[in-house]
Write a protein that binds this ligand. Structure first.
Ligand code: C2O
Length: 475
């Protein structure tokens, strides 16, 4: 039996949850301003939950986990809920029919998955105000305590998290670029939602680097790739929480899309990404850039409901938080300490050796080339998968000093396995280095790619990153 998301809401209104939700009749019309519904449950930062709210959430998660322990196939259990993510994500390769990563289903699918999971917890807790908290990793640079206390179900998962804080590059913060620094999460600067499919890998990469939502599906060229947001910061947080076992090299739950949704922190990470999506939509007329066609809006996603039936959520429904039945306490990303002043308690930075070094010459200065303002864009071409989980910072420094000082972070690379496969590294990587060029003031640059430790690199060093060439072009 298939139920629409609307009917799930209806069920809530009829049952114990009467009065909990004002349901907007305009739900299916994207872009319509939602009626004010102060009763919509509020997603807060994990630190902001009251102890009662935390207890209710933990109780409901525990209950779902206990059900799975008794019967792993129980549709009311935690494991079967997480299996939705596995089914949609761990397709062979990246192009499976159900794959919702590496394309423009990424944001709406995860929004729907979170909302359905949250509603299950609400139903189990019999608490109409329950909302799953988010983890603002821009501010809290390591796993929040409430997700790591051993006695809490919120920590019940396989994790080999490295003993270090998240680096700037992993949370998409660039302190040497005034524009990106002001955004805090640089992906918020993406100027389009949809990337236009391209056969040429360089053109494709440049489209993706400027897109918040990713490539359409299906598309004429059958291409896939990470949108600006999906690559970093999305990927590095998965790799960081999952980490790698020092001895065996095994990755934790969050480090493989097949198992990621078994870790409760998955929902807090994606909650934050979902919040960033709302932030992006609120900038200028970004919301208008989202696709208006039926192929996007009418596309349904299906999830198992608690009784084993199927609930459907359309993309159009996901475009309206009112119809999704939750809201955020704030969309601000910048309620954090000024960049560069983070306290990295107990963190001794052990820098790993670079896995890629290349000298590049700058093309003519923008002024000399045409007089019109232009940007310097670094391209790494023909990149091949390192065949292991990888998060790495991309730096430039003056070629003359051997690359040992004055490094400036210009980008980040992340490879997250999916179903044990490592096929998702984009073939061409694109980084805007205009601000760094302005600081370094030299025509010869060295490019360095330096991995962030995920654990056990002493025993299993990260090999050099295979690539064909590095070059800088003028935009
Ligand atoms: Cu579906 Cu963050 O992965």
């Amino acid at each position: 039996m298939t139920t629409s998301y609307e009917q799930v809401l209806d069920g809530e209104r009829r049952g114990v949850l009467v009065g909990a939700l004002a349901f907007a009749a305009s739900a299916a019309i994207p872009g319509t301003a939602p009626a004010a519904t102060p009763s919509r449950p509020v997603r807060k930062s994990i630190e902001a939950l009251t102890s009662d709210e935390l207890r209710t959430l933990e109780g409901a998660v525990s209950e779902m986990m206990a059900r799975s322990k008794k019967d792993i196939r129980d549709p009311k259990g935690w494991f079967m809920n997480a299996e939705s993510h596995n089914e949609f994500c761990a397709q062979p390769g990246i192009g499976g029919a159900n794959q919702i990563h590496y394309c423009y289903w990424f944001l709406p699918w995860h929004r729907a998955f979170l909302a359905v999971t949250e509603r299950k917890l609400r139903e189990i807790a019999k608490d109409s105000s329950l909302a799953f908290p988010y983890w603002n990793w821009s501010a809290a640079r390591s796993i929040p305590d409430r997700f790591s206390r051993p006695e809490s179900p919120l920590s019940a998962s396989v994790r080999y998290t490295p003993k270090r804080a998240l680096a700037d590059g992993e949370v998409d913060l660039f302190v040497n670029d005034p524009i990106k620094k002001a955004l805090v999460v640089a992906a918020l600067g993406a100027s389009k939602f949809v990337a236009t499919p391209q056969t040429d890998p360089v053109k494709l990469a440049r489209e993706l680097a400027d897109s918040f939502g990713g490539l359409p599906r299906p598309n004429a060229f059958g291409r896939f790739g990470n949108s600006r947001l999906e690559g970093t910061p999305h990927g590095p947080i998965h790799n960081y929480v999952g980490g790698q076992d020092e001895n065996t090299g095994a990755v934790g739950d969050m480090g493989d899309f097949e198992t990621a949704a078994r870790d409760p922190i998955f929902f807090a990470h994606h909650g934050n990404l979902d919040r960033l999506w709302e932030n992006w939509r609120g900038r200028g007329s970004n919301r208008e850039l989202e696709p208006k066609g039926k192929a996007f809006l009418s596309h349904p996603f299906s999830f198992p409901w608690l009784d084993g039936s199927t609930v459907q959520v359309t993309v159009a429904e996901t475009l309206n938080l009112d119809s999704m039945g939750y809201q955020y306490d704030t969309l601000e990303v910048s309620q954090i300490a000024p960049a560069g002043e983070f306290k990295l308690e107990g963190f001794s930075p052990k820098t790993l050796p670079p896995i890629l070094q290349a000298d590049v010459a700058l093309p003519l200065t923008p002024e000399a080339a045409s007089g019109a303002p232009k940007r310097y864009v670094l391209l790494l071409e023909g990149v091949r998968s390192p065949r292991r989980p990888l998060t790495a910072g991309v730096y430039v420094s003056p070629a003359s000093n051997g690359g040992n000082e004055a490094r400036i972070l210009v980008g980040n690379i992340s490879v997250v396995p999916s179903g044990g496969k490592y096929s998702n590294l984009d073939e061409v990587l694109v980084f805007d280095i205009t601000a760094a060029v302005g600081v370094l003031k030299t025509p010869q640059l060295k490019v360095l790619v330096i991995p962030n430790s995920l654990g056990g690199e002493e025993r299993r060093p990260v090999k050099a990153l295979a690539f064909r060439r590095a070059r800088v072009i003028l935009d």
